[in-house]
Design a protein around this ligand. Structure first.
Ligand code: GLC
Length: 543
């Protein structure tokens, strides 16, 4: 018998299973070990007041979408008071909500509403740098005696006209800006984001207090921005060779992944643990190897670190397998679960990176089958592509502006979500949208995809429902991941009670059915003994 699998049939097939209802009843403090965490880029999620910019009330109103999707937690990108030089990653007041996004009562209401739906809430904390509008930096500008909380240095050259060292900004250009009085200050990102000096005791004290402020408000954890960057090598030494951008994450650098940074994370872990209730820290960390990255998730440090090697892996099964194996081995060596991520607000959406929706859907099922925690970036559940033709005038990414358009492709993944309707702003809000949305996105909206068994949204919903029902999916404690022999271009692995196949060959491939198919990113044909896997497809099997 030949049959076609669809997400909706499988969703109904799995509805008898004992699906849990969310974080509220998840396994207590260890909820994060296999959690699916949904990244909300607040500015682009949903706008409640018609100014074209997403806000906290918009997030709250759309929480039912996330509960129905079946994620465990929501990570909110920065919504604090900020001049928005870098989409809010330039914070001027760490304890207040920017009026653009609402106020503290909106944050409070959002956390309460999320918890009522069984969703945990993680917020961003940005400790590597402040905004240039932060009171500390404003004081430093006025008074050289108030500069010790940042990295100020005299310049080099006869009259100090050259930067103090050769470091470059991640966003292009030198990492130093000179003040009219002659001093230079360090900014690994935009000049509007001066780097803090974590050797100054007030910096650590202030951030401990900021963490407590949000923990007291009830949040469940922090995504730690640039968690590898807070400590700089003593003396701020030159790097000595160019092309720094290509060295980030691949080679030791005097401003990233310094050993002393782990002391900060240890102190934060103690603070998180003192609150109980499974509060977590997630490192946005770039390290030269998986082993170095695993140091951030040692038992007394943060709970998770984003696995950017998985995100950066091309559509190549051999390399995917290597990355999966190395990631699992590295985190196992410190007893932490691995994380998996395909897209976020800083990279080209994976549908576009991989070149097709078929591959994006297959990659999502692969990611969601792996043991550990997975991060879903808003809109990937709709199969959104990168928007590649934004007019330059609309772009806001400081990297785009600082590199004369050479870099800074980050606006194209930040285009506001389509919720419903056939015309922009597609239900994003009662006004417009801060970045123009493409024509044709009505077909990709949440409303258009809901109930369509072939839609990407229903695929994600079915996948997340199965993930809750089958421990062999996700839960690292369920048992090992074992690779089985497969034709070239095909990956086949098993976990207890479960198997996963991925076919990346340019043609369908036939192989013995590893079990009973329960979900597939594309229709598979099976007679029970053999299966024909379509090109660029991923299938889940019960064994
Ligand atoms: C992180 C954020 C990115 C931001 C940068 C500087 O990499 O994800 O969006 O630009 O930090 O804060």
């Amino acid at each position: 018998m030949t049959h076609e699998l669809t997400a909706s049939r499988l969703a109904s097939a799995s509805s008898n299973a004992t699906a849990s209802t969310g974080a509220g009843d998840a396994a207590g403090d260890a909820w994060w070990r296999d959690a699916v965490i949904y990244q909300v880029y607040v500015r682009s999620f949903a706008d409640s007041d018609g100014d074209g910019v997403g806000d906290l009330r918009g997030v709250r109103e759309h929480l039912p979408h996330l509960a129905r999707l079946g994620v465990d937690a929501v990570w909110l990108t920065p919504f604090y008071v900020s001049p928005q030089a870098d989409g809010g990653y330039d914070v001027a007041d760490y304890r207040a909500v920017d009026p653009l996004f609402g106020d503290l009562s909106d944050a409070d209401a959002l956390v309460t509403a999320a918890h009522a739906l069984g969703l945990r809430v993680i917020v961003d904390v940005v400790p590597n740098h402040t905004s240039a509008e932060h009171p500390w930096f404003r004081a430093a500008l006025r008074d050289p005696a108030a500069r010790a909380r940042y990295h100020f240095r005299p310049g080099r050259g006869a009259s100090g006209e050259l930067p103090p060292n050769d470091w470059e900004s991640v966003f292009g250009g030198p990492a130093w800006t000179r003040l009219p009085d002659g001093d230079w200050y360090l900014h690994l990102f935009a000049p509007e984001q001066p780097d803090l000096n974590w050797d100054h005791p007030e910096v650590a004290e202030e951030f401990a207090s900021v963490l407590r402020f949000w923990l007291d408000l009830g949040i469940d954890g922090f995504r730690v921005d640039v968690a590898h960057g807070m400590v700089k090598a003593p003396g701020l030494p030159d790097i000595g060779h160019g092309a720094q951008a290509t060295l980030i994450g691949t080679e030791p650098l005097p401003f990233f992944d310094q050993d002393a940074v782990h002391e900060i994370h240890r102190s934060w872990r103690r603070l998180l643990d003192s609150y109980g209730g499974g509060r977590i820290g997630v490192a946005e960390a770039w390290a030269p190897t998986s082993e170095r990255l695993a140091l951030y998730v040692r038992p007394d440090e943060l709970h998770q670190a984003f696995n950017f090697r998985f995100l950066n892996c091309p559509w190549d099964p051999a390399r995917m397998r290597t990355v999966i194996d190395e990631s699992l081995a590295a985190t196992a060596s410190v007893g932490a679960p691995t994380t998996w991520v395909l897209s976020n607000h800083d990279v080209v959406r994976h549908r576009t990176r991989y070149g097709s929706l078929d591959r994006a859907r297959a990659a999502a099922l692969l990611m969601l089958a792996l043991p550990g925690s997975a991060y879903v970036y808003q809109g990937e559940e709709l199969g959104l592509p990168e928007v590649t033709d934004l007019p330059d005038a609309a772009r806001r990414d400081p990297a785009f502006l600082r590199t004369a358009g050479q870099d800074g492709l980050r606006d194209g993944c930040r285009v506001p979500l389509p919720w419903a309707g056939t015309e922009p702003p597609y239900g994003f809000g009662p006004g417009g949208a801060w970045l123009p949305q493409p024509a044709g996105w009505g077909d990709l909206s949440v409303a258009a995809q809901t109930g369509d068994p072939h839609s990407t949204l229903e695929l994600y919903r079915a996948a997340l429902e199965l993930r809750r029902a089958m421990p062999g999916l996700g839960a690292p404690e369920a048992g090992p991941l074992t690779w089985l022999p497969a034709p070239e271009g095909v990956l086949l692995f098993t976990r207890p009670g479960f198997a996963c196949t991925l076919n990346t060959r340019p043609a369908p491939v036939e192989l013995p059915a590893p079990g009973r198919p329960v979900l597939s990113s594309a229709p598979v044909e099976t007679d029970g003994r053999t299966v024909r896997l379509p090109t660029d497809s991923c299938t889940w099997w019960a064994m």
